[in-house]
Write a protein that binds this ligand. Sequence first.
Ligand SMILES: Cc1cc2nc3c(=O)[nH]c(=O)nc-3n(C[C@H](O)[C@H](O)[C@H](O)COP(=O)(O)OP(=O)(O)OC[C@H]3O[C@@H](n4cnc5c(N)ncnc54)[C@H](O)[C@@H]3O)c2cc1C
Length: 389
Amino acid sequence: MDIELSASDLSFREEVRQFFRDNAYKPGEDYAKWRLDWFAKAAAKGGWDVPKWPKEFGGPGWSPTQHYIWEQETARATLPWDMPFGVGMVAPIIMGYGNKAQQERFLPDIRARKVNWCQGYSEPGAGSDLASLKTKAVLSADGTHYVVNGQKIWTTAAHIADWMFCLTRTDDSGRKQDGITFLLFPMKQPGIEVKPIITLGGAHSVNSVFITDVKVPVENRIGEEGKGWTYAKGLLQHERTGLAGISRSLVALEGLKANAASVPRGNGTLLDDPDFRAKVAALEIDLLAAEFTELRSLASAQAGAAPGPESSILKLKGTEIQQRIQKLTVEAAGLYAAAWGASQPGPKFARGGMSGYLASRAYTIYGGASEVQKDVIAKNVLGIKRSQA
Ligand SMILES: Cc1cc2nc3c(=O)[nH]c(=O)nc-3n(C[C@H](O)[C@H](O)[C@H](O)COP(=O)(O)OP(=O)(O)OC[C@H]3O[C@@H](n4cnc5c(N)ncnc54)[C@H](O)[C@@H]3O)c2cc1C
C-alpha cells in the first residue's frame, strides 16, 4: 500500500533504516551483549526501545504514520529477540492500573529487558471462557499477603520467565467476571512447578504451571482486589493487535512470491500457474484490507483511545493471513516440505516449511480463538445481539 509520506516522514524513515543498518548483528558477535546494547542505543534515540509506550513513560510519542513506518521497517530488519509479555503486555497494565511504587519498581527492568515475564491467564477449563478461572488467592488474616493455589496451562515461556502476571480468583460468590484479582509474582520460588508441553511443530514453548501455596505480598497486586477482569480485558486487546503481524506478513508474502517464482512448473514457474496466482492475489487483497484496519487502529491509539473491537478484526484476519502464507509455502515446496531437519533435500525455503505450517495452527487459537473474535465483532461492530433461545 502506498500512503503519501511527507518530507519529514521520509526523513524519519531514512533515520530508522540507518539505525537498523548501523546496529545490525554481525556474525560472530556475542548475541546477548549485542541484544542489550541494541535496546540501550534504541533508548538513547528517545524511546525507540519502547515505541508503543506513552511519552510520559519514556515512549517516543510518534505520530500514527511514524508508527506505521516503524512497523514496516522492523518487519524487514533483523531485530533482537524480544518477548511480548513484558514491554508489550504487562507494562501497559502497570502504567494504566498500577500505583507509582509499582511503576517505579517494575517498568525500568521491563524496559531494559532484564526480566522475562509470562502470562498466567489460561487454565484447564478456562481458555475462551477465561472468566471461569479457578486459581485461588486467599488474603492472609493480617492482610499482608495472598496465598495462591491452582494450575495455569499453555503458559508460553514459563520455563525461562522470571515473573508471572497472573489472574487469580479472590471471590466466587458473584458474577464470574467479578472476584478476579491481578497478581505479580516471581517464578523461581518454592511452590512453582513448570512442566513442558511439546506442540505439534516439535517445539517447547508452552508449559503447564502448578502453583502451590505461593505467598504473594499485597504490594504485588495490581489495582483493586476483584477488579482484575477489567485490567485483563484491556491487556487482551493490546495482545490481539500485536498478534496480527501485518507488516511481517507483507514481507513473508514477498518471500512467498519469490520462492514460487523459483519453482519450475510447465514452461514457466509456479507463480505463473493461474490457480496459484489466484490464491496469492486473494491473499494480497485481504492483506491490503488488514493493513488499512491496522492504520485505523494506529490512528485511534494515537488519539488516546484504548484498542477497541478493531483489535479483534486484526487478530482474526491477521492470523488467518499468516496461516494462508504458511499453507502456500508448503504448497510451493511440495513433497520437500515434509522432510525434517537441517540437511533435508529440495529448495532452502522448504526447510522448516511443515513445522512452520503446523506451528501456525496455534495462531488462530492463542490470544483468543477465531470464534471468540467473531463473537466480539458480531456484538461490538455489527451490533448483533445474542439470541435468547
Ligand atoms: C501456542 C499457544 C500459546 C499460548 N500461550 C498462552 C500464554 O502464554 N498464556 C495464557 O494464559 N494462555 C496461553 N495460551 C492459551 C490460549 O489463550 C487458549 O488456548 C485459548 O484462549 C483457547 O482456549 P482453550 O485452549 O481452553 O480452548 P477452548 O476455549 O476450550 O476452545 C475449544 C474450541 O471451542 C471454541 N469455542 C470456545 N468458546 C466458543 C464460543 N463462545 N463460541 C464458539 N466457539 C467457541 C474455540 O474457538 C475452540 O475452537 C496459548 C495457547 C497456545 C495454543
